[in-house]
Design a protein around this ligand. Structure first.
Ligand SMILES: *[C@@H]1O[C@H](CO)[C@@H](O)[C@H](O)[C@H]1NC(C)=O
Ligand SMILES: *[C@@H]1O[C@H](CO)[C@@H](O)[C@H](O)[C@H]1NC(C)=O
Ligand SMILES: *[C@@H]1O[C@H](CO)[C@@H](O)[C@H](O)[C@H]1NC(C)=O
Ligand SMILES: *[C@@H]1O[C@H](CO)[C@@H](O)[C@H](O)[C@H]1NC(C)=O
Ligand SMILES: *[C@@H]1O[C@H](CO)[C@@H](O)[C@H](O)[C@H]1NC(C)=O
Ligand SMILES: *[C@@H]1O[C@H](CO)[C@@H](O)[C@H](O)[C@H]1NC(C)=O
Ligand SMILES: *[C@@H]1O[C@H](CO)[C@@H](O)[C@H](O)[C@H]1NC(C)=O
Length: 434
């Protein structure tokens, strides 16, 4: 359990990050008076930073908002895979944007006698404790031994012109970093899972949606109802709930039921039980905006790998190098001539969920590994990895495969809605121009 929790936090902290919400914010009164908030998204590429882990990332998904009184602008990574939001509060660290609690008259640290420090943090995987000043202290630890610590606190958040007073977050003042480059661009992280302390739970919205453009690194994030006629119908897949806690099952994640995987129209021959959590809870499928690519458990990964090689044998040349594994989990790579004018047409891969499906076009299946060249060939790897190579026992659907899909997280009806759309056009409907 610890292993999984820590590893997931790690992915959140290190690998996640995809969209950048520009500073301009829009509030669109639509949907028959029901209040919604809409923000533009823009992916921001960062140079790959040093990482002690066998995976890296260079794209972040962040949202810009204001915190405190008077308001201070902050940029937070949007992460459906974690609960507690936090801000970097140590203003003495150079090259790092920080929130300065001493300049906010509405900043209030949480006392450790407060119910927030005890009862409300039950879902929070890293429990809070009491510090010497009787304040609620939180330590976030990651698998590579980096960590961050500080106090739980309340302050008033402002998003797209709307106020969210008394929002609980971690105000972190010390910690080691795993990616200085990335940290230099963001102030913190916005936890969006189903736990009671997560940002979305505190905001009181019953739904949120995002749509990540596949072409121009833009997109939108929307809080509230998204039943626009141009978008409907959404196909829904239920969120999996379990009544009794199991050691390896993350109950506050967005867990869906994967039922199959298709390569073009070929459904992989796999028993359904392969996609179901076992008696320990291991093997759940999580939708995570904080992870870049997608991870499958070994048997499903092997079947996908074999079928993909089979269907692309005529157009792709496998990289015959057993020692090369991209980011520790992606071991199906190909040699593509540097001088080739375009990628060959590849079969689409579909993730079939109960009630809904996400189809990833062939053009989005391979990722060119920066800096890897063999002779006159570049190295491109399949963006589905083997989670077991990273010691994880879960399926994780990363944001790379959520591009051009409207993703609605419906907390009230406990389901996720998807619709294949062009997210740059969806953004234009809200008057958001990348
Ligand atoms: C904060 O962001 C807003 C736009 O969202 C901008 O108008 C304002 O100047 C920014 N304030 C600071 C101190 O950077
Ligand atoms: C960053 O990622 C993009 C694709 O997302 C890739 O094209 C680019 O080469 C990467 N840059 C570095 C420096 O890793
Ligand atoms: C901050 O939020 C609190 C509620 O938690 C409210 O009483 C207070 O007026 C707000 N302060 C400002 C300056 O908006
Ligand atoms: C803030 O960061 C500096 C530099 O890393 C460190 O020396 C200091 O102890 C930190 N402050 C707190 C309160 O942890
Ligand atoms: C969207 O939902 C709101 C609130 O539930 C409802 O009033 C409205 O009629 C719905 N619109 C559509 C197009 O379904
Ligand atoms: C790949 O194709 C070959 C020949 O067409 C077939 O024998 C083999 O079973 C296929 N493998 C998979 C995993 O489908
Ligand atoms: C790429 O280079 C190879 C030799 O290095 C050559 O045979 C091939 O025709 C070239 N292809 C294109 C599209 O230029």
């Amino acid at each position: 359990m610890r292993k999984i929790h820590i590893l997931l936090s790690l992915i959140v902290a290190i690998q996640t990050r995809i969209l950048f919400l520009s500073a301009t914010q829009f509030s669109v009164p639509e949907s028959k008076g029901a209040k919604i908030l809409v923000l533009p998204l823009k992916t921001q590429q960062l140079p790959s930073g040093p990482s002690k882990l066998p995976f890296t990332h260079n794209v972040t998904l962040t949202v810009s908002l204001a915190v405190g009184t008077p308001p201070q602008n902050v940029t937070m990574v949007l992460d459906t895979g974690s609960e507690l939001s936090w801000l970097q509060c140590n203003t003495t660290q150079r090259d790092r944007p920080a929130f300065d609690p001493t300049r906010s008259i509405s900043y209030t640290p949480v006392a450790c006698s407060s119910p927030t420090c005890t009862t409300q943090t039950q879902d929070f995987s890293i429990p809070a404790s009491c510090d010497a000043r009787n304040l609620c202290h939180a330590v976030l630890s990651y698998a590579d031994a980096s960590s961050s610590e500080g106090n739980l606190a309340f302050d008033n958040f402002t998003i797209a012109g709307s106020k969210f007073p008394g929002t609980i977050f971690g105000c972190m003042d010390s910690g080691s970093t795993t990616n200085a480059e990335e940290d230099s661009k963001t102030t913190g992280l916005m936890g969006m899972n189903r736990g009671s302390l997560s940002f979305i739970s505190q905001m009181g919205f019953k739904k949120f949606s995002y749509c990540i453009s596949g072409s121009d690194f833009s997109g939108i994030l929307l809080f509230g109802e998204s039943n626009f006629t141009w978008l409907l119908p959404l196909n829904y897949t239920p969120l999996i709930q379990i009544s009794t806690p199991l050691p390896y099952f993350n109950r506050v994640a967005y867990t869906v039921q994967l039922e199959g995987i298709k390569v073009s129209e070929n459904l992989l021959q796999l028993p359904k039980s392969i996609f179901e959590p076992d008696h320990t809870g291991a093997g759940q499928t999580m939708v995570d905006s904080g992870t870049q690519f997608t991870f499958l458990l070994g048997p499903a990964y092997s079947a996908l790998r074999n079928e993909f090689i089979n269907q692309t044998g005529g157009v792709l040349r496998v990289l015959e190098d057993p020692d090369f594994v991209f980011q520790g989990a992606f071991d199906l790579c190909f040699r593509v001539p540097l001088n080739s004018t375009g990628m060959p047409k590849l079969p689409a891969v579909s993730l079939v969920f109960r009630g809904a499906q996400i189809t990833v076009s062939g053009a989005r299946l391979l990722y060119r590994v920066p800096g890897e060249v063999r002779g006159s060939d570049a190295v491109h790897c399949l963006t589905f990895g083997n989670s077991e190579l990273l010691g994880m026992e879960a399926y994780i659907i990363g944001h790379h495969h959520q591009q051009n899909v409207w993703m609605e997280f419906d907390l009230e009806k406990s389901r996720i809605g998807v619709a294949q759309v062009q997210c740059d056009l969806a953004g234009q409907r809200f008057g958001i121009h990348p």
